[in-house]
Design a protein around this ligand. Sequence first.
Ligand code: UD1
Ligand code: UDP
Length: 370
Amino acid sequence: MKKLLFVFGTRPEAIKMAPLIHACATRKDLFDVKVCLTGQHREMLQQVMAFFEIEADYNIDLMRPNQTLYDITANALKGIEGVLNETQPDLVLVQGDTTTAFAGALSAFYKRVKVAHIEAGLRSHNKYAPYPEEANRKMAAVLTDLHFAPTPAAAENLLNEGIKENVFVTGNTVIDALLWGVKKVRDDKKYAESFGYLDVEKKIILVTGHRRENFGQPFENICNALAELSDKYPAVQIVYPVHLNPNVQEVVNRKLSGRENIFLVAPLEYPNLIWLMDKCYFVITDSGGIQEEAPSLGKPVLVMREVTERMEGVEAGTAMLVGTDTDKIITEATRLLEDEIAYRQMSQAVNPYGTGNTAQEIVSLLSKHV
Ligand code: UD1
Ligand code: UDP
């Protein structure tokens, strides 16, 4: 029996860890599963824990309003030390590129505990974009023993950094969660009712944004583009679940509130979000996870970043990098709204990030390698 400790702290990590936690927990013959939250997120994390019915064994509860990277790193590192002392795991599992993921890997390494990295090998090759995530995932890779890369390109990135052992291509658990979730919500009236303010016969654009490198002028530009689109297309509905980060809230509320066809709403619970993504016309986002989900649902994505580590969607033709230039965002959104052929070319359903069996694949690898 091997002791597994899952360490995570933010909304996307919870969504992507959930299928794997359940898959490991059902193998009681192989694994003793414990869950440690850093609490880097609070409300946004608890929403996901409730939907996926996951209970935390430990919660470091570190979130503070407008926290700094120093706060998160220091408090997570120290908090996880205590949990490691108590649980003495055989393996710590971390996911993705958050500061929690890096601190989790570092804490485990300091105790010479093995580390598994879920969603390993993503690279933009630009240290400041996304910031600090590109550095977080590279530092986590150095400390990792088992690398679960979602795609062949991600595995290739690791090989190019000299990481040649225990690199496995598994797909991304984000698709396990999505396919399971969409089946549950698609025809359930309660989700349609929760969006009673929308006319689903009309076009809907789903928007999200939260990246640290977009704070300041880039966010002003993004909001200018959305305001102009709302004036130009009064019949189009823009739904923007606004991230709780005060740096995002301030600019979005200041620039976009009070418009009839822009709906600024609180972060949506995951099933509501995927219901909306399934119903929307296209997505404008800087999110990593949404770049992975939208292609599976055949939704074009305009990515508000200069570079992305998720080139598979761009190469498949469903995602396009538009950066944070106001005119570029307006031009590409206009094209999708007005040019049917361009829209159809971008709305093919493709699955470059997995087919929904990644968690089972990783369980099988863990049973051989831990
Ligand atoms: C973090 C991750 C980012 C990931 C994102 C997912 C880092 C450095 N950043 O960014 O990689 O893409 O999560 O959403 O790891 N807040 C709340 N309640 C919540 C969550 C956040 O009030 O449930 C507010 C707090 O004021 C908090 C702030 O948002 O201080 C920022 O949270 P933080 O985790 O530092 O940054 P994110 O932008 O959420
Ligand atoms: N998501 C959600 N509610 C929202 C916005 C996003 O449940 O209001 C989900 C989304 O489906 C995806 C994940 O959160 O699975 C992405 O999280 P986020 O964009 O915060 O982080 P990133 O993926 O960029 O790290």
